[in-house]
Design a protein around this ligand. Structure first.
Ligand code: PLP
Length: 437
């Protein structure tokens, strides 16, 4: 077996510290390494394998499309691309809108901002995003992200991005007394920032409607109010649904929880779009946005945008979510996950906050002291015991994702309930055994 420890430059880590097993196969919520050790996937790898590993329907779709046609550029038509666009418009209710296909989430977000600028005739318009957010790691997406790890390398102002405080109810930046109030004040602040810059100067607000990549989940009072604040000021709202889409938050797209009151003007997709069996992203836009782009040259595109193989697997993924009723499954299993975690919080001192409750996505925040909410480690650094938690769970056959002082739970939507409960029991045991001072 050829090992990559010394030859591959790995993302988001210190190279000298990278030392992971080689994964050679998977099925459902499990994957296994070259030594035959099995791991239950409690994070869908990068919160992306919503349909589990090696789903047979997706593999079949790849094989069949590969035999028919692997590639054509956007200058020519491709059947799976056309069909997938139609299905996405139908699922999102963006009748008369259009879909632009990208290669993944970062370039979907960058393209969404480009389209918002062009459609709003604000070619150099500002984009408002949140502190402590993640929208990707290309240069534009780095600027959009409120991520301290990359701030040294890029100044968001250079790309006309301004960050606002997040709706982080557990530590509300506005000192609110309740989740509802924190959501409202955070949304209103965005309206104020638009007014400060001038609505004619702001092209878009780009945010996640629910699941926060960096562990912040917006209270329900946030998104519908943000929708109103942006609409009243004629600023496009872009929902980054890269992680929250495709059942992760119990809906096809997280904003749908609020019905029409939550409908954005554009949304960016990736990850669950193909269950990550092939790379693909998309920007879905409303009829109004699409109409404004209809008669103008679109000055963008990447060679592999709308790759037929990836679109074919996207179509199969959509069918699988439907056939296996996975959106509904995420909702019901997610409710169980949330209630189990809330009960665990009552027993485990180090758990300060449990966030989630919508679909198979939850965040557990660890604190040194519940009364003061003193975090187990200062964001974004990770407490050594949380690193030990990851190692020890792996030894016991469960793969958990952690970030800073958080455990992010986002298993594949196909996970067996019994496996989920076993993983939670292991989590409780290890959190209780480890030292958190
Ligand atoms: N947006 C969100 C909310 C994400 O979680 C991610 C990836 O984690 C991205 C964008 C970037 O997607 P990609 O890694 O496919 O570029």
């Amino acid at each position: 077996m050829v090992l990559e420890r010394l030859s591959v430059l790995h993302s988001w880590c210190v190279q000298a510290e990278w030392d992971a097993p080689t994964i050679v196969g998977g099925k459902g919520a499990w994957f296994w390494d070259a030594n035959g050790r099995r791991y239950l996937d409690m994070s869908s790898l990068a919160e992306c394998m919503n349909l589990g590993h090696q789903h047979p329907a997706l593999i079949r779709a790849i094989r069949e499309q590969a035999e028919r046609l692997c590639f054509v550029t956007a200058a020519w038509g491709a059947e799976p691309r056309a069909r997938l666009a139609e299905r996405l418009l139908e699922k999102s209710g963006f009748e008369g809108g259009r879909v632009f296909f990208s290669l993944g989430g970062a370039d979907a977000n960058e393209h969404a901002v480009k389209f918002a600028r062009q459609a709003g005739s604000k070619p150099r318009g500002w984009t408002i995003t949140r502190d402590r957010s993640y929208h990707g790691a290309t240069f534009g997406a780095m600027a959009l992200s409120g991520d301290s790890r990359t701030r040294y390398y890029i100044d968001p102002q250079d790309l006309r991005v301004v960050h606002v405080p997040p709706p982080y109810a557990y530590r509300c930046p506005f000192g609110s007394a309740s989740d509802v109030e924190c959501g409202e004040r955070s949304a209103r602040r965005i309206g104020q920032v638009i007014d400060e810059y001038g609505s004619g100067q702001v092209a878009a607000v780009l945010m996640e409607p629910d699941a926060g990549t960096n562990g912040i989940i917006a209270p329900d009072s946030y998104w519908p109010l943000l929708r109103r604040e942006t609409r009243d000021r004629g600023v496009w709202l872009i929902a980054d649904e890269v992680m929250s889409g495709f059942g992760r938050c119990g809906e096809w797209f997280a904003w749908q929880r609020y019905g029409e009151a939550g409908r954005p003007d554009l949304m960016s997709l990736a990850k669950g779009l193909t269950g990550s069996h092939l790379p693909l992203g998309a920007v879905v836009m409303s009829r109004e946005v699409a109409a404004r782009l209809e008669t103008e040259m679109l000055p963008t595109g990447l060679t592999y945008c709308g790759h037929p193989l990836a679109c074919a697997v996207g179509l199969a993924a959509l069918e699988t979510y439907e056939d296996e009723k996975l959106i509904e499954r995420s909702r019901s299993l997610g409710a169980r996950l949330y209630s189990e975690l809330c009960a665990m919080r009552n027993r485990v001192e180090v758990i300060g906050d449990v966030r989630g409750g919508h679909g198979l996505f939850a965040v557990v925040e660890l604190v040194r002291d519940r009364a003061t909410r003193d975090p187990a480690s200062i964001w974004p650094s990770r407490h050594p015991s949380l690193a030990a938690f990851v190692d020890r769970s792996r030894e016991e056959g469960v793969s958990f994702a952690t970030r800073g002082n958080l455990i992010i739970l986002a298993p594949p939507l196909v996970i067996e309930e019994e496996d989920l409960m076993d993983a939670l029991a292991l989590m409780e045991r290890l959190l209780t055994q480890l030292e958190w001072s």
